[in-house]
Design a protein around this ligand. Structure first.
Ligand SMILES: Cc1cc2nc3c(=O)[nH]c(=O)nc-3n(C[C@H](O)[C@H](O)[C@H](O)COP(=O)(O)OP(=O)(O)OC[C@H]3O[C@@H](n4cnc5c(N)ncnc54)[C@H](O)[C@@H]3O)c2cc1C
Length: 388
């Protein structure tokens, strides 16, 4: 079949891309290609990145990119964070910088000036590896039901309980921990406490959990047995603010997931187009079958719409105007599209799409959790529905 000439295209460029961002992206891309990609398969095998990856990431400036310079951060905005997330997704590397950033933002928003100056610069260098520990065996979506307690004893908080599914769990030494400071209350009984785990008695990391995908990332259980931390580590200084702090910070976390969804989808579509141009069936490349072209056209159009929606949300986030409802829409809709499109891409790969040695297969397995963590998509719909 004679193929029609390609029409002229004027590729969409996100409005937040400027020269400075392009240069930053180039450096991030090179760093990931040179220092992360060669280790990626081994990291997947061992279920975590090497500890040295953290200080190296700090050295090249990909940690805390949107934390102000006065606290050791990059002094950028969410665009810089998005570039790091995107480049990791394009390269198929799972490194917990996003969760690290979320923990840093809790500290930036609610810690005292002294605490910010103490913790944030060490997070930016990778000496401290952040995590956010909310979920428990008994409570994930229903965070009001958490059972981990922190009881005041003089100048200390004594913590007892356990957390599960904690990203960066093996590497972390600075946990932003959700606890109950008043068990008789629901949301009002929750507080966030910063736990510096270095040499901390009673703290233990449990199993690194065997996941369906995202094998390079350490996801663990954490245990707290009469763990004593200074009462001053209570974020915001007042008990009972934790639930509201989580609700304030979750839109930022959800944007991280949404950004990864768009980048992974773009990459999936790109590699599937390449595969369909190279793979022959019935004497011609797969791309010459109308079904293949139509499916790829659908995927490409949808990935484009995803990008435009994400850009709009990013603009609002940078302007401090991203509301919880829109962030929930982004997390819900972009991850649903991500999974549907990647599934289509797997189909277009045929049997190769089911082989773990192919990136599309790993993307398919990795992306499934996007609809579950950072609040399930059902919970996102609940949040959106509250605005009806
Ligand atoms: C790989 C991975 C990494 C994670 N990283 C972290 C982390 O770093 N920190 C952290 O704190 N947590 C983390 N989590 C936990 C994650 O946020 C929870 O798994 C998620 O919030 C869902 O909680 P759950 O697993 O307890 O499911 P459940 O709450 O038991 O939900 C089960 C099902 O019921 C549905 N459901 C629950 N309530 C409602 C409702 N009101 N209306 C409709 N449907 C409902 C859910 O949508 C879901 O389909 C991670 C999870 C995974 C898998």
């Amino acid at each position: 079949m004679k193929r029609m000439a390609k029409p002229a295209v004027h590729p969409y460029v996100s409005p937040w891309i400027n020269e400075e961002i392009q240069l930053f992206r180039k450096n991030v891309k090179r760093f990931i290609a040179e220092e992360f990609v060669p280790n990626e398969a081994r990291w997947r095998e061992q279920h975590r990145v090497d500890p040295e990856a953290w200080p190296r990431a700090g050295e090249v400036g990909i940690l805390c990119t949107d934390i102000p310079e006065e606290y050791g951060g990059g002094g950028g905005n969410y665009c810089h964070e998005a570039v790091v997330t995107e480049e990791l997704c394009y390269a198929g590397v799972h490194f917990g910088h996003g969760v690290h950033s979320i923990a840093a933002h809790y500290i930036l928003s609610y810690a005292t000036e002294e605490q910010k100056k103490y913790w944030l610069p060490r997070m930016a260098t990778g000496e401290l590896r952040g995590s956010i520990a909310m979920s428990e065996p008994v409570a994930g979506s229903d965070l009001q039901a958490i059972k981990t307690t922190a009881k005041r004893q003089g100048e200390c908080l004594v913590i007892n309980g356990s957390k599960t599914f904690i990203t960066n769990g093996w590497h972390t030494n600075l946990i932003v921990l959700a606890v109950k400071t008043d068990q008789s209350e629901g949301a009002k009984g929750i507080s966030m406490v910063v736990v510096d785990t270095n040499g901390l008695s009673g703290y233990r990391v449990g199993r690194t959990l065997e996941k369906v995908g995202m094998h390079g990332q350490d996801t663990c259980e954490l245990f707290f047995d009469d763990v004593r931390v200074p009462a001053a580590n209570l974020l915001g200084g007042v008990e009972g603010r934790g639930f509201y702090q989580m609700m304030e910070q979750l839109p930022y976390e959800r944007m991280g997931v949404a950004t990864g969804a768009v980048a992974t989808t773009e990459q999936a579509v790109a590699i599937t187009i390449k595969h369909c141009k190279e793979r022959m069936a019935f004497g011609k490349p797969l791309i010459e079958f109308q079904n293949t072209r139509f499916k790829l056209a659908e995927c490409k159009a949808q990935a484009h719409i995803m990008r435009v929606f994400l850009d709009n949300c990013m603009e609002r986030l940078n302007a401090g105007k991203l509301d919880a409802t829109t962030a929930a829409m982004a997390k819900y809709w972009l991850t649903e599209r991500e999974c549907a499109i990647i599934d289509e891409c797997v189909q277009l790969h045929g049997g190769y799409g089911y082989m773990m040695e192919y990136p599309i297969t790993r993307m398919w397995a990795d992306s499934r959790v996007q609809r579950i963590y950072a609040g399930t998509n059902e919970i996102m719909k609940e949040l959106i529905a509250r605005s009806l």
